[in-house]
Design a protein around this ligand. Sequence first.
Ligand SMILES: CCCCCCCC/C=C\CCCCCC(=O)SCCNC(=O)CCNC(=O)[C@H](O)C(C)(C)COP(=O)(O)OP(=O)(O)OC[C@H]1O[C@@H](n2cnc3c(N)ncnc32)[C@H](O)[C@@H]1OP(=O)(O)O
Ligand SMILES: Cc1cc2nc3c(=O)[nH]c(=O)nc-3n(C[C@H](O)[C@H](O)[C@H](O)COP(=O)(O)OP(=O)(O)OC[C@H]3O[C@@H](n4cnc5c(N)ncnc54)[C@H](O)[C@@H]3O)c2cc1C
Length: 655
Amino acid sequence: MSENPDLTNERASGTFETNAMAAVIYGSEKFAQRRREITEAISKIPEFQDSHPLVFMSREEKISEACRKLAVLSNYWNSLIDTSDEEEALHLYREVLGLEGHPLALHETMFIPSLIAQASDEQQEKWLGRAQRREIIGCYAQTEMGHGTNLRALETTATFDISTREFILNSPTITSLKWWPGALGKSANWSIVIANLIIKEHNYGPHPFMVQLRDEKSHEPLPGITVGDIGPKMAFNGADNGFLGFKNYRIPRENMLMRHSKVTSDGSYIKPPHAKIGYSSMVKVRSRMAMDQGLFLASALVIAVRYSAVRRQGYLEDKSREVKVLDYQTQQHRLFPSIARAYAFIFCGFETIRLYDQLLIDVQNGNTSGMADLHALTSGLKSVVTYQTGEGIEQARMACGGHGYSMASYISEIYGVAIGGCTYEGENMVMLLQLARYLVKSIEMIQNGKSRELGPMVAYLAENESEIDLNLGPNEYLKVFEYAARNQTWRATEKFQKLRNSGMSNEEAWNQASVELTRASRLHTRLYIMSTFINHVGSIVDQKVKGVLIDLLNVHVTYEVMDIGIYVQGLLSSNQMDLIRNQLYVSLETIRPNAVSLVDSFQISDMQLRSVLGRRDGNVYENLFKWAKSSPLNKTDVLPSVTQYLKPMMEKSKL
Ligand SMILES: CCCCCCCC/C=C\CCCCCC(=O)SCCNC(=O)CCNC(=O)[C@H](O)C(C)(C)COP(=O)(O)OP(=O)(O)OC[C@H]1O[C@@H](n2cnc3c(N)ncnc32)[C@H](O)[C@@H]1OP(=O)(O)O
Ligand SMILES: Cc1cc2nc3c(=O)[nH]c(=O)nc-3n(C[C@H](O)[C@H](O)[C@H](O)COP(=O)(O)OP(=O)(O)OC[C@H]3O[C@@H](n4cnc5c(N)ncnc54)[C@H](O)[C@@H]3O)c2cc1C
């Protein structure tokens, strides 16, 4: 069937090449090209297609379907991608497995990265190759039923037995059961387990251990191990998140991951060079989240924008033909700022991934000085990005009206998966407060006359801005944002300090200032996102692409400043706010002809999107009908439940 002419026209009105834009989104022409090649190659392998729409499957069927595809994938790894390239591998996973989770997700995202960052050279020799060849399947078991946030209160113990030179793992209480780790429930046969290291009754706190959970031949749990699936979740139901308990389960001393902390055979403990070095796998995932969430948001927007360009409802001036709903200003206001955010998040994602890779090298060379900065940055970023992604996806769903609520849109699944990110890798409020600690310390440095020692990301806290030239370009908007973040950070810090100075304990003062502190963290992070977006656009060479991205940047900066209006009342007059509001409306109109091309440029295939509404060809209605007819409920005209219950009930009522 040919393309819906409404989409053809939209594509014709685009002022730039989507391949050129994809090269900007994905960091290089080479990678954008590789993505297309991988997608093309996959589309020719029929076993990679869903055997049935996932939304009609039970959890067992989803997991089985994911395992089937993983088995097929194992035959194609080397021919489809450069296996040493993480981005190619992740693209392949997204295309083939989609976003509902699968038994290798944690193997790739946390198990292997933990081995790389935490295992000694000898340990890597023993396990890393096996993991990379997928001879074993691993997961990352840290969270317990009773504690996920407060790692210092984890209860699982690994007690060193000097006589046998083994660690004895125990789960002393019900709350100490590991709870949540992805792939633990049914798939993984090994795990990195985070347990309190106990030597001669001294607790050295949480440390990582490499633990075999299941027999490599039979896949049965090993004696001393209780393991299973935690049941259905809001989304991510293609993954088997699990529980795990230990009863006097022994592992050799050599199974403690010893790149940084060490226990010698006589039970001596060697400290790591930085107390939080064992948390690096979390920082690794957090550093990827802006990218991953940007792609979740992008997926929802591809669906909503394409659909809005073929959905016609109501009239503007011309009463002879209904308009595309994308022409309504409210629809544009609902969708276009999110397009800008998706672009901005992906740009930030590339930046934090690069920063993590650099930090990994530095730490391996003994330099841990960058850890605090990256921890603060990624803590704030994961929190803001996951929250705004959730907001944006929900708006995209509503922008699709009734059909958005149907699983045919697939937006609810994207939403369910994306908002998991508000919780995993550190609950958002908790992580905002981690960034706040860093911001408060920065203010204290300024108060102590050490402004010169501030890092580049917080140097603005020491500046002073009381007037803005409202011949506004992106850099002036940045100044407005700096003003808001600076004011709020000072205000929150001073509140905390005042409470503390009044005699309150540090902890209580912190708690009573914490809502204000989280607000400071959000503003600081949004400033970082804006500044990264501006820098990125400034570096683009292709003038057509750059022109459109400047338009998109204008949507972003005006929308963001309007959104934080309450924090800039002391800086901007109501006339200036009106001016910005009008600039936003003009920017929405300017971006309108490029809306479809901007979402096409994400180059997310139909196979990955799984959306009837978001199809590239725009043939929504006939496929919606086809999709509904394929519902298992429509296999028969009369359901057994009708025969068994409703008919007798109706018959009885007739008497
Ligand atoms: C293959 C396809 C993939 C597609 C990808 C998309 C989808 C992905 C799908 C699924 C992935 C799901 C993965 C989910 C996995 C998990 O959730 S694993 C579990 C994650 N758990 C957490 O994140 C726990 C959160 N808690 C913490 O991180 C910490 O414990 C805490 C930071 C909240 C507190 O730690 P604590 O030890 O109590 O320290 P504090 O006293 O608060 O702080 C002491 C100082 O240490 C600094 N610090 C803390 N963490 C770090 C760190 N990581 N790096 C550097 N520094 C750190 C902290 O700032 C304090 O510094 P100051 O004293 O100087 O202020
Ligand atoms: C989809 C998904 C996948 C996951 N995968 C894994 C995995 O593979 N491996 C693994 O180990 N874990 C995994 N987890 C667990 C996850 O990391 C934790 O759930 C997360 O870190 C939050 O911890 P919690 O559940 O203890 O929340 P809690 O800490 O109990 O949070 C409850 C509330 O208390 C608040 N709160 C807690 N502490 C503070 C504080 N100090 N200050 C202010 N407010 C506070 C929080 O903000 C929140 O509002 C996964 C979770 C999900 C949802």
